[in-house]
Design a protein around this ligand. Sequence first.
Ligand code: PHE
Length: 442
Amino acid sequence: TRSDHTTIDNHQYPKDEWTNVPPNILSLLPRRLHLERDHPIRITRELIESRFPGYKYHNTLSPIVSVHQNFDSLGFPPDHPGRSRTDTYYLNKFTVLRTHTSAHQADVFHSNASSGYLISADVYRRDAIDRSHYPVFHQMEGAQTWDRLSLPANTTLAEQVWQDVESLPKHDIKVLDPNPTVHPSRNPLQTPHHSLEEVEAIATHLKRSLENVVVEIFTQARRAAAASGDADALKEAPLQVRWVEAYFPFTSPSWELEVFWQGDWLEVLGCGVVKQELLINADVPSRLGWAFGIGLERIAMLLFSIPDIRLFWSQDARFLSQFSSAREIGRFVPFSKHPACYKDVAFWLSGSSSSGSAAGATATKAAFHENDVMELVRDVAGDNVEDVRLIDEFTHPKTGRRSMCYRVNYRSLEKTLTNEEANEMHEKLRQKLVETLGVELR
Ligand code: PHE
């Protein structure tokens, strides 16, 4: 039944023209896979946590945050596409389901006397449907700061950070790092807040800490692959990682860390030196330091060789019984793969074809966005869809109308879908497309 409020845990959130969280997403809020005993997401979290002794762990922060926490406090510009209702779940104009764990940076910096922290949490994004994307996933955020006002006598901050670098574990993997620490336009030094010496020390501490995480993860992933008799895993060259310049609104300089894995460079995390405005606004202006964010599903998928992200949400014992924090990490053994069932849907978009929307700056009737199709697919078929792909698109030369054709791959992880079941879901989808998006079926 419709009402003018969304109720979550006895709290009421008034709905408005921004509200776009569907019931199937709300039903996932209590799951918190990173806290579930013997769940691969939890095992992955604990593996990474083990590389950060002495850090404070925050694992139960609410996913409901303000637009201020999720975007404004981090310096996202007003027209940033991440703010758009096509990308982000809004409870209303002022309240969202967090899109990243960085939403808590300002609060944790503000409240936390300790120098290092980790935040693990469920995060929410409207996105495509395929085997590596799901609208709810899990991230871990980490940060380390040093306080200019509480340094040992006769020690500069840079000296203190270099000492801390010395006490980090050493590794022997190959690191490609062509990046100068700062780049004047793309990755500038935060003058007047930081000196180059300080940033070089902090960047080294950041990079070494995260390289150690990657060494731990990939050593385990290889051991698991080798233990299951994967000959390729045994033949692989020594582990290689590389640092790539990146951009985030709340760090500078910023990087991504990539790992060479099964023939490709794989992006594993984003990080950087925390923007000083954030620490100043959090009432800790004398602290400076680094932060990173890492997606737990992607790491868990390669640790355990899990082929489809939907599996994490499965309550099927054939999935869950394969993981235990008491055992060594081992490869997931797929239970039988059920047949795929492809169905296409083609339609004309209604109205004008032009002008990409102003990224959610105003709440006017939005132009067509693919994520709205994805949402309808999830609504009618839940986890029975493996992926959705745009297979054809054209604009009629005379009328200027745009036509789209999507291919929906119906495949359950747990059973064989009959053609009737797939047809029924597909028919519902066709109706919803007309009702909700106002398209004309072809
Ligand atoms: N929040 C960023 C993301 O979701 C990752 C990040 C965290 C980058 C902390 C820098 C520092 O992509």
